[in-house]
Design a binder for this molecule. Sequence first.
Ligand code: ADP
Length: 795
Amino acid sequence: MTERLIPIIPIRDGIIFPHTDAVLTFGRPKSLSALETSFQHERIVCFVLQKNSKLNDPSPSDLYSIGTLSRIERMIKTEGEINAHVKGLARVKILSFEEHESFLLARVVEIPEVVDNNEEIKALSNHLTNEFRRAMNLGKPADFLVFMNIMSETSPAEFSDLLASVLDLKVNERQQLLEITNVKTRLEKITELLAKEIKVLELERRIANKTQERFEKGAREAMLRERLRTIEEELNKENGEETSETREYFVKIKAANMPKEVEEKAKKEVKRLGQMNQFNPESAYIRNYLDWLVSLPWSTKSKSKTDIKGAEKILNDDHYGLEKVKERIVEYLAVHKLAGSIKGPILCFVGPPGVGKTSLGKSIAHSLGRKFVRVSLGGIRDEAEIRGHRRTYVGALPGRIIQGIKDAGTKNPVFMLDEIDKVGADFRGDPSSALLEALDPEQNNSFSDHYLEVPFDLSDVLFVATANMLDTIPPALRDRLEIIHFAGYTHEEKFHIAKAHLLKKQQANHGLKDEHIVITDEALRDVIHHYTREAGVRNLERRIATIFRKAAKMVAQGSKAKITVTPKNLSKFLGPVKFSSTIIEKKDEVGMSTGLAWTEAGGEILFIEVALMPGKGQLTLTGQLGDVMKESCQAALSYIRARASSFGLADSFFHKLDVHVHVPEGAVPKDGPSAGTAITTALVSALTKIPVKRTVGMTGEVTLRGRVLEIGGVKEKVIAAHRAGLKTVILPKDNKKDIEDVPKEVKNDLKFYFVSHMDEVLQLALAKPIPSPKTTTQVSYSRPVLRSPHTHPVD
Ligand code: ADP
């Protein structure tokens, strides 16, 4: 190989490989000088990499010893700079530097390329071509011309240099490649470097893809979000004006014709609803509230009829008997008509179940042409039940008054407050105070319900209350009520009620015609006597319904013949007789008397049994007796003990006896002082062994001295006595006045005695007179001081 003396041009950070072209810019004086000098002669220079790129004027020792022999193809000089197009020719080794004043000059020798084992090189080249293509596909930046050169048929040496020039390498790696003289080794090295580069490219691509994906996702979300925002904005804008829902509410509010303040409140709520996101849970509450507001009859009224004659006729048509009650109601309506408003007290129907309290209420509504609503107050202990829960509670609703008004659909219904005597008070507030507000004509024009928050005018409502008993009605409430008593019906009244009303009603209810069935009067009376025992007619109505139900079944099954219900076949419809044993069928018994009692369910007869056992003077009381009744028993015993001798008893009789007083039907609580006469009679009968007349019923309180005092509920008691088949009733003298109210047929059937002392009771009730004390063997007896009975038979 020939040695040549060539100008050396140091390069800071680049390598020109043989077989490659490059355009370089030179600025250092030594480089410029070398280029110019060379350009004027052979145009051949040698580019060598500086070991340290920062050195401005490197000495020979700062340079690598292997460089590239290159030809200067073209040169453009500008101010202090030369741009030169150079072409790498061959690898050279610097042998030695020669002295030169203006640039580096060295003796170099060309390094021959070592090309061996062609097959392997071919395989490597093929592999590299593919890999390079792959790199390009992965986005490797490369000059298209270089790409074409690489892809075209070239010598392995040229191929390797071209590839080396486009690899993304650090300068020292490039220098290493330059220094490899064996082509195969160079290709192997390039393979390794290209693989690394491809890996990086792949990674970059993946990162780029991911970033792109992420960016796209982000962009998509941002776009969607933006779109949603626009939609919401548009919607809100619309809501601010009107949606179909709010528009509907505005229409409903207008239609509801509310008072001004209520309307404003409602509109405010609608606006709130309009601005609210549809999915806000509160919107449901607001809707519920608005639905209540718009559905209340703020100004809807029934056109009230005030034809008193017509009302009276309707009441009479709908109800048998109850003359006094109907009269009082007609008076009430007349006052109402004249006064123009309901300022008076509230009517309260008091009586046992099934006597027509509710149905009279309905009749009142009917006769006035008003709607009827009924709200049961039984068991209410929470004020909120009447006045509503505040809206802050989950599931809050208006109270029963407002609910009733909504059901009525008018603001002037007949409003029945059922079971007003069953309202209780506890820690949840006092419902009766809310009721008072509703019933008070002075304040009920602005009744405040907690849920509604706006006042409702109840002043047009006609309230009617019902109760079974008076005692438990809170006094303040009772003060507002005008009590109308319903005493319960006699058998005869029941018969007429059934005949005139119940039969027709039930027959129609069961879809039966006159040609299908007839219930004979005797059968009906038997139903009353033997299948019911009640003050009202509720069970009677049920029994009649049972008969019709069975008959309906027979008709439906194809029975053609008219069904006639008689006393004979009655049990086919109603089963065996329920109440057979009337008093008449019983015999006179020792130690058992018949008392007359008054209960929530009306009048009742009550048996008082006394048993005596050897013992030590103990008094046992059973049958769920209340305190007052227990005291009556004790008082009765004391009265007898104090007067033992007059009953022919030894003074010490009580020391050897235990006395047991029992009032059967033990499950029913019994109380009150009015059983005094009956208890005393039973005790005397037991002690004297004289039976009590079974057909005699009695009621009256007894003092320790034997005086008989006035009691209540006479009418109900007497009716019950009659119903039970008693013949004689002994009443306190002071109750004589109450007999007036008793229905005629009852009066006709019963014998009444009005007494003022226990002695009279005993004389009337015991089957035979108490024997004279002489006949008794024990102690000394005085004659019984039986006063002459002041009996007052009514008939
Ligand atoms: P209450 O409310 O006193 O418990 P209801 O009003 O429910 O009694 O009466 C029970 C049934 O007896 C009703 O079908 C009612 O029409 C009927 N009824 C009660 N009293 C009479 C009467 N005097 N005339 C006609 N039907 C009556």
